[in-house]
Design a protein around this ligand. Structure first.
Ligand code: SAH
Length: 244
C-alpha cells in the first residue's frame, strides 16, 4: 500500500515512521510512505500556499491551485488512490475506517494548516474528509501520522507473530481485556490467579468477561453498535446485573 502525504512541512515526517511496526512494514515492502512539499506545486516566485480569506476575518486560507496540482500530480502515479482531507469537520476516524483503508492500494492524505483549506478542495478534490477527534489541532500532519499508523498495523503481515489485530480494542466492538506480565506479585499487587493457572479455557472465559465488563463500564456505546450473538447477549446481561 502506498501513502502520499501532501504538506507544507514534509520534514515533520522524518523520524516518526522510523520505529516499530511502521518501520518494519516499510522495510518488508508492505507499505511506501512519501511526503510531498506542497510548495513544489506553486507557480509563483514566493511559492505561496495561503492567502487572505474572501469576506475578511482572521487567519489565512490554503489556496486551491497548489493543492489541486499536487493531488493531480500524485494521482497520476496512483490513479486508484482515495484522496483524504484531514479536517476537524470530517467524519470521525475509527478502527472500522482504518480497516476499510487497509484494503485500498493507495491513499493521498492532505494536511491543512492555518484556518484550513479553500472549500473547493473539500468539495471537488477529495473523496473523504476525516477528523481524528473533536478538538482542533494546528495542522493535519499529526492526524495524517495517526491514519498511517492505524492503517499500517492492519495490513496483513505488518504485525509480527504473537501480535494480533483481531483481539484488540474496537476490532470486535469490545475493548481489549487487561494484560499482565511478570512478576506475578509486585508490591503486594497480585496478577489474577486464573492467568497463572494454565487452564486455557478458563483464561479465555475470564478474558472475554473482562473485555465485556470494561466495555460496559467505559464504552457502552460500542456495544450498541456491535452485532451481538445470543450467547454474548446472555453474558452481557449477566455481567450488567453483577456490576450494577
Ligand atoms: N478553522 C478550522 C480549523 C483549522 S485547523 C475549523 O475550525 O474547522 C488547521 C488544519 O489542521 C486543518 O485544516 C486540518 O487539516 C488540521 N486539523 C485540525 N484539527 C484536526 C482534527 N481534529 N482532525 C483532522 N485534522 C485536523
Amino acid at each position: 500500500m502506498r501513502f502520499d502525504i501532501i504538506t507544507i512541512f514534509p520534514e515533520i515526517f522524518s523520524g516518526v515512521f522510523d520505529f516499530g511496526i511502521v518501520r518494519r512494514a516499510v522495510e518488508a515492502g508492505l507499505i511506501e510512505i512519501h511526503a510531498h512539499d506542497l510548495r513544489d506545486f506553486t507557480s509563483d516566485k514566493h511559492r505561496q500556499v495561503d492567502d487572505r480569506p474572501f469576506g475578511g476575518g482572521a487567519g489565512m486560507v490554503m489556496k486551491p491551485e497548489p493543492l489541486f496540482r499536487a493531488v493531480e500530480s500524485v494521482a497520476n502515479r496512483s490513479p486508484e488512490a482515495s484522496v483524504v482531507l484531514l479536517s476537524p469537520q470530517g467524519r470521525l476516524f475509527s478502527q472500522r475506517l482504518a480497516e476499510e483503508y487497509s484494503r485500498k492500494p493507495s491513499l493521498i492524505l492532505i494536511c491543512g494548516r492555518y484556518e484550513g483549506v479553500d472549500e473547493r478542495v473539500a468539495e471537488h478534490l477529495v473523496s473523504d474528509e476525516i477528523s481524528i477527534g473533536d478538538y482542533v489541532l494546528s495542522g493535519g500532519e499529526i492526524p495524517a501520522m495517526v491514519v498511517v499508523d492505524a492503517v499500517t498495523r492492519l495490513i496483513p503481515g505488518a504485525l509480527g507473530c504473537g501480535e494480533s489485530a483481531k483481539r484488540e480494542s474496537f476490532s470486535q466492538g469490545l475493548l481489549d481485556y487487561p494484560h499482565y506480565t511478570r512478576p506475578a506479585e509486585f508490591r503486594d499487587l497480585r496478577a489474577p490467579d486464573v492467568l497463572l493457572s494454565g487452564n486455557h479455557a478458563e483464561i479465555e472465559r475470564w478474558r472475554r468477561r473482562k473485555s465485556i465488563e470494561k466495555t460496559l463500564r467505559r464504552r457502552p456505546d460500542l456495544l450498541r453498535d456491535h452485532a451481538i450473538s445470543e450467547a454474548e447477549d446472555k453474558d452481557i446481561e449477566k455481567i450488567l446485573k453483577e456490576i450494577e
